[in-house]
Design a protein around this ligand. Structure first.
Ligand code: ADP
Ligand code: MG
Length: 702
């Protein structure tokens, strides 16, 4: 990238307050300010959410749901109804007699009067199937005179984000006024114009003008899809702004100090020697990265990604050894009690023989036990503390917290992770953080979503695992599966039968599992079967897991509580009901519960036909691949990154124009430009962050 010749220009035009615009008095300014709009520049960057295409008329019989369309008809029938509140229903018909029903919930008398039978009405909105034909709720519409030629527009209409108290018309007008003050390209641009020529993208001025007011000859399909060069130009800069902002946070984090936890080969090796297996090459590499980070006086913030079963837990335990050897405490937080308990057992088994005290803290720990645990944590006597969200609560005070380990990061919000970290705040020093996740995230996306974390990948499974064979089977073949379970268990294998969430309620999910449990118990009287769901008491859950793990139980009927982390190597058959309703990430997680031992494992995805196109594709991906990264790429394609990562969970920004899935191809260049800007022109970096992210840089102290 060519270096800019001069620092970012001071943009007098951009800093002009909105109150200079005609019609913006204190009241309107206050409303705009609530949305963070103070200056002309804020209006320039208030980008249309989408466009409305009024350049075409679609006959009523050709209307289809999916996106808003424009159509025309004549009033056939007007009816005022009362359905708990007043409803106005206007039926239109076109020349062929096709009907379209318009439904209004807010209307006034004169409006009703105007819909005279036979009157021409032009309508814009998205149809949905109603009783007796298509229906549009609250369309925008226009009455046409008989003689009106009804000319169609020749360009797309921008739709702006709503500002409380201002109509869509006034927003469009304000943006138009603000754009009149847009300076020349050289003055507006923060980045060198040569960069855009290199990327074959328009300059900022042209891009803004096109995006706000697409010219008549613009490529309408591209604009509606978000792939027009003008949109791509802005998306690039927005992605750049976010990349810069994350990197800046990372730099801020590095400015905190941390207690250096020097490598402790003898302590760490003592644990390694006690393990019943040797580390894989990938585990060794990741451990070395963690060990090096811990030794530094700056806080580590490292994400360890590894497919289900890749052996992340033991890496965490070895890192914990290093911290404990340095005289510091370790907190390990897991998202579910089941998983936290499993970690507790592993850590106790591994660490206690070496004389390390492992404590347990969950919501259910109360009374005297809780007081004693809290005291041990505060004194530092509890060297490793394993638990759930309960670890973050007030009242939990660590004597000398040195390392925070968070398992299954995607289940926690960024803020929760920070809350735990801050338990170890001592002056300017913060604990090291190790974050583990089995949600494989495509690398490009990880770079953007987690640019503030260093990334380690365990990209190898322990030896001796055989890939899981997966089949998809229609639900009517359930009886065959029952036989298959009978046979597998007779051969000494163990099986899971998973009943996933069918309703948005743990209670109903538990009921479904209960019913399946009863049916299977009846069909398979010779088997030792148990039920596991989220509504059971922790002690019951624990006991059931213990018996399953010990081989006392042959079949476990469970809800998705077993989705995360549960490790029973001898289980080698899994049946997942209603598989068509689950996303790829969840199916992959569930399937990861089998294939952990030496026996060849299989997974049966039971589905309820008929399958929709996306569900069919998902099941096909599961059948073909066992590779979490392949599955994640596909998931990204099918669902988009927001759902994949969970916007809320990651603190991943809501973009104004960029779309991580659509624009992913830019990310390597975005990263490269970001690095060069931070190194060479931090003032420009600041200006770009301010322009796009502004005060929305919410978690500024990661
Ligand atoms: P995950 O990465 O999904 O959290 P776990 O840490 O639960 O995986 O490990 C899965 C299983 O593999 C556990 O039973 C663990 O003891 C075992 N394991 C871990 N590392 C190795 C290894 N290098 N060789 C053999 N087994 C291993
Ligand atoms: Mg795990």
């Amino acid at each position: 990238m060519p270096r800019p010749a001069r620092p970012a220009p001071a943009l007098a035009e951009g800093d002009t307050p909105v109150t200079r615009l005609a019609g913006v008095g204190p009241a309107v300014a206050a409303k705009l300010a609530e949305r963070g709009i103070h200056t002309l520049q804020d209006l320039w960057f208030l980008l249309p959410l989408r466009y409305e295409d009024r350049t075409r008329l679609t006959p009523i019989r050709e209307l289809r749901p999916g996106r808003p369309l424009q159509t025309e008809g004549r009033v056939r029938h007007v009816e005022r109804q009362f359905r708990g509140r007043p409803v106005l229903k206007v039926t239109l018909a076109d020349e062929d007699g096709a009907l379209l029903h318009l439904r209004f919930f807010h209307f006034r008398g004169p409006q009703v009067q105007a819909f005279q039978p036979g009157r021409r009405v032009r309508v814009f909105g998205e149809v949905r199937p109603g009783l007796g034909g298509w229906e549009i709720v609250h369309p925008s519409y226009r009455l046409l005179e008989e003689q009106d030629p009804g000319e169609l527009g020749d360009r797309l209409d921008p739709v702006y984000p709503q500002v409380e108290g201002l109509g869509p018309g006034s927003m469009a007008r304000l943006v138009r006024l603000a754009l009149a003050a847009l300076p020349q390209a050289e003055r507006l641009e923060q980045l060198p114009l040569a960069l855009w020529r290199e990327l074959a993208l328009p300059d900022l001025r042209e891009a803004l003008l096109t995006v706000h007011h697409p010219p008549a000859d613009a490529d309408i399909a591209a604009l509606l899809a978000g792939t027009h060069p003008a949109q791509q130009r802005l998306a690039f800069e927005e992605l750049l702004a976010h990349a810069l902002s994350l990197r800046r946070q990372r730099i801020a984090l590095r400015e905190h100090g941390a207690f250096a936890l020097p490598p402790a080969p003898s302590a760490v090796d003592a644990l390694r020697r006690a393990l019943p297996f040797a580390l894989t090459a990938a585990q060794q590499r990741v451990l070395a990265e963690v060990e090096a980070d811990l030794g530094k006086p700056q806080p580590m913030l490292r994400l360890v990604q590894g497919d289900v079963g890749s052996g992340k837990t033991v890496v965490a335990a070895l890192a914990a050894m290093q911290a404990v050897a340095a005289g510091r405490q370790v907190a390990l937080m897991a998202p579910t009690e089941l998983l936290a308990e499993q970690h507790l057992q592993n850590f106790q088994r591994w660490l206690e023989p070496l004389g390390i005290r492992v404590a347990w803290l969950a919501g259910k720990v109360t009374g005297k036990a809780r007081r004693e645990t809290l005291a041990a944590i505060a004194e530092g006597a509890a060297q490793v503390v394993v638990g759930t969200h309960a670890l973050m609560q007030g009242g939990v005070v660590f004597g000398a917290l040195g390392l925070v380990i968070v398992d299954e990061q995607h289940r926690f919000g960024v803020h929760q992770r920070l809350a735990l970290r801050d338990k170890g705040l001592e002056g300017e020093r913060v604990p090291h953080q190790l974050v583990m996740t089995a949600t494989p995230i495509p690398r490009t996306l990880a770079m953007t979503a987690y640019a503030d974390l260093d990334l380690s990948v365990i990209d190898e499974l322990p030896p001796g695992r055989t890939p899981v064979t997966t089949v998809a089977v229609a639900a009517e073949r359930r009886p065959e599966l029952v036989e298959r379970v009978r046979k597998a268990c007779a051969e000494g294998r163990q099986a899971y039968w998973v009943c996933p969430l069918i309703e948005e309620s743990e209670e109903i999910e538990a009921q479904a599992a209960q019913t399946t449990f009863e049916q299977l118990s009846e069909a398979l009287p010779e088997l030792r079967i148990a039920l596991l769901h989220g509504r059971m008491k922790p002690t019951e859950k624990q006991e059931t897991m213990r018996r399953f793990k010990a081989g006392e139980l042959q079949l476990l009927v469970a809800t998705t509580v077993i989705e995360v982390g549960v490790d029973v190597p001898k289980a080698s058959l899994m049946v997942i009901e209603n598989a068509e309703r689950l996303g790829l990430a969840q199916l992959h997680q569930l399937r990861g519960r089998v294939g952990r031992g030496r026996a060849a494992s299989s997974c049966v995805l039971l589905y309820q036909p008929p399958l929709g196109a996306i569900a069919r594709e998902r099941l096909e991906v599961m059948r073909r691949s066992n590779d979490g990264f392949v599955i994640a790429e596909k998931d990204l394609e099918l669902r988009g990154p927001g759902e994949l990562l969970g916007t809320r969970q990651t603190g991943l920004a809501v973009f104004r124009i960029a779309d991580l899935a659509r624009d992913a191809a830019w990310l390597p260049q975005v990263q490269a430009v970001a690095e060069r800007l931070l190194a060479g022109s931090p003032d420009i970096a600041e200006a770009i962050i301010a322009r796009w992210v502004g005060s929305a840089a919410r978690y500024a102290s990661a």
